[in-house]
Design a protein around this ligand. Structure first.
Ligand code: BES
Ligand code: MN
Ligand code: ZN
Length: 500
């Protein structure tokens, strides 16, 4: 990942390989109208001594978010190439657009070692710190590559980013860039873990990796192995894990800074590979199922980020790790499992395994009596059907908590949409005929059914929110700051929420 320098010199003097400036799309929204140069761009155009607008029009540059044009400086500036990046119309430009534009700059600078840019501090209504954080996140996340398993990797060559700012904002920009290094670094860890092949992250090995990840930070780690899970009555995690030759684990991480005023428990689904079990998935549905531990990766990355940012919040992170495999020892369809709180569940479908491991972890979380529980899970294909791969589903028992997470998602550039928990309408559907509950209720409203099932295991009176990231934890194609494969969503949202 590139490192940042913050300087107050004029951008035109930058001695980096590239310099990047921004431009707005025409306010009219008409592609035929010329884009509008950003305030930082006028000075560069003058130094170049060219009609930059005419040049951009010739290059078919329209200023839309993330569009880029390269203009050679032909010796007029120390930097050989000027990259102009679009941030959309002036009216729409916000931190999300800046983050996306910065990722486009990173993509354009893939083969050079350094780039300089002027921070676009002139966007009305956007604070310089927020702008700086968004730009730095875009550059960092946009230059992500997962190369650990390649024999001849071709990583990003971009090593250094120089941010040109004015005296008034210099200090705040420095601080914002430091925050961005943490948030983007945390999202990068989540991406790495999701992208890791499933044979390299089977539950005991992943638990070890998690413990190693927090070793240098003020985070305590406790791993419940299979004996501890048996002793504690974690029948959901054990039932899901029993088909695998590697046993399940529950990892509990605690960050308890002095003077913390609230305690938040984060619970993550950590199915290291989801074959569906005896209710085996078709092969194409299985292709991306190494991502089924995206929730666990998220809560690990978030607690690490919270500790690195020294946030004054007590955080407990629970990672429910199991491998869902079909075998002679696997849970059968119609077996009954007993969750940690004594609730019995008939397993209608062994592919609805996430809610079974989450049930135990939510009971464990509730026993800690936190002020709020937020769980994160790649839980239902139905979330993808409803909202696609760019919007996470949120279901919550508490309106204030839901509003706060929606706002954090919007600020972080990770869209979240709330679905109703609908206890009145569908609450009875989770009730079982043979056991207390059943783990599947058919195709209709699958995301709501799963959330209602989870809600059963959350302590009464504990505000609870559930993020279903089945659609968003993985990207089939790269776009904006999102790389192909693991996305790191919703780590930035949770860190934002914990910071507020
Ligand atoms: N891990 C899957 C959900 C999923 C699907 C995540 C697609 C990412 C992309 C989950 O364990 C699952 O299989 N859910 C079933 C539940 C059903 C059997 C009630 C589903 O959504 O089909
Ligand atoms: Mn499944
Ligand atoms: Zn799953």
């Amino acid at each position: 990942m590139p490192t940042f320098d913050v300087v107050t010199a004029p951008l035109a003097s930058a001695e980096t390989a590239f310099i990047a400036v921004s431009a707005f799309a025409p306010a009219s929204g008409e592609r035929t109208d010329p884009p509008e140069l950003g305030p930082d761009t006028e000075a560069i155009a003058t130094a170049l001594g060219m009609d930059l607008l005419a040049e951009l029009r010739a290059l078919d540059f329209d200023g839309s978010v993330g569009s880029t044009a390269r203009v050679p400086t032909r010796g007029a500036l120390p930097a050989a190439t000027l990259v102009v990046v679009g941030v959309g119309t002036r009216a729409d430009a916000g931190t999300t657009q800046l983050r996306r534009a910065a990722a486009a700059v990173a993509a354009a600078a893939e083969r050079v070692s350094s780039v300089a840019l002027a921070l676009h501090t002139a966007l009305p209504g956007i604070d310089a710190s927020d702008a700086a954080q968004a730009v730095a996140e875009g550059l960092l996340l946009g230059s992500y590559r997962f190369t650990s398993f390649q024999s001849d990797p071709r990583p990003f060559e971009l090593e250094r980013v120089v941010l040109h700012v004015d005296d008034a904002t210099e200090e705040r920009v420095r601080r914002a860039v430091d925050v961005a290094a943490v948030t983007a670094g945390a999202a990068t860890l989540a991406r790495d873990l999701v992208n890791t092949p499933p044979q390299a992250k089977r539950p005991p090995a992943l638990a070890d990796r998690v413990v190693a990840e927090v070793a240098e930070l003020p985070i305590a780690a406790r791993v419940l192995d299979e004996q501890a899970l048996i002793d504690g009555g974690y029948g959901g995690i054990l039932g899901v894990g029993q088909g695998s030759s590697e046993p399940p684990r529950l990892v509990e991480l605690t960050y308890a800074p002095e003077g913390a005023t609230r305690h938040v428990a984060l619970v993550g689904k950590g199915i290291t590979f989801d074959t569906g079990g005896i209710s085996l998935k078709p092969s194409t549905s299985m292709e991306t199922m190494k991502m089924d531990m995206g929730g666990a990766a998220t809560v690990l990355a978030t607690i690490k980020g919270a500790a690195a940012l020294e946030l004054p919040v007590r955080v407990t992170a629970l990672l429910a790790l199991a491998e869902n495999m079909p075998s002679g020892t696997a849970t059968r369809v119609s077996d009954v499992l007993t969750i940690k709180d004594g609730t019995t569940v008939e397993v209608i479908n062994t592919d609805a395994e996430g809610r079974l491991v989450m049930a135990d972890a939510l009971v464990h979380a509730s026993e800690l009596e936190p002020d709020a529980i937020v769980d994160v899970a790649t839980l239902t294909g139905a979330a993808t059907v409803a909202l696609g791969d760019r919007i996470s589903a949120l279901l919550a028992s508490d309106d204030d908590l839901a509003e706060a997470i929606l706002a954090a998602g919007a600020a972080a550039g990770e869209p979240v949409w709330r679905l109703p928990l609908a206890s009145e309408e569908y609450g009875e559907r989770v009730e079982g005929a043979i056991a207390d509950l059943k783990n599947s209720g058919g195709r209709e409203a699958g995301t709501i059914f799963a959330a209602l099932f989870l809600h059963h295991f959350v302590g009464e009176d504990i505000p609870w929110a559930h993020l279903d990231i089945a659609g968003t934890a993985w990207a089939g194609e790269a776009h904006d700051e999102i790389s192909k494969g693991g996305t790191g969503v919703p780590v930035r949202t949770l860190l934002r929420w914990l910071s507020d």
